[in-house]
Design a protein. Structure first.
Length: 127
């Protein structure tokens, strides 16, 4: 077994949308990785992996890659120890129309469609 697989099994994958029931251990390596916007359209509705920097926006938590962003629309914000770190997030990829965050000023939203991940879980890649 390769070290990448071992690292995935050893790493705790935290469920982002649950009630905080604790860490789960999952091997997500079989899901395709989406690296850029051009790859995303073909993967809509599928479970994918996205690697990038954990960032917080007014709308929700997001993962910022080299040339695109994907919002974790079910997650309000990354915990402070995770924000700014490199993460691998697995979830169901979707695309939403322009939207605003509920309970926030109109400026907390988008004017264009955005990519979103639902049922997201993550692995912290660096400390």
């Amino acid at each position: 077994m390769g070290s990448a697989w071992s690292a995935r099994v050893v790493a705790a994958v935290l469920t982002m949308s649950g009630c905080g029931t604790g860490p789960e251990v999952k091997d997500t390596s079989g899901n395709p990785e989406v690296r850029k916007t051009a790859d995303a359209e073909a993967q809509l509705g599928k479970t994918v992996r996205v690697i990038g920097e954990a960032q917080n926006a007014k709308l929700s938590a997001l993962v910022e890659g080299d040339d695109w962003r994907v919002y974790l629309i079910e997650v309000r914000a990354w915990p402070s120890p995770i924000e700014g770190k490199r993460v691998e997030v697995t979830g169901i990829l979707g695309k939403n129309a322009a939207m605003t965050a509920s309970g926030t000023p109109a400026a907390a939203g988008t004017t264009e469609p955005i990519y979103v991940l639902r049922d997201a879980v993550y692995i912290l890649l660096d400390d």
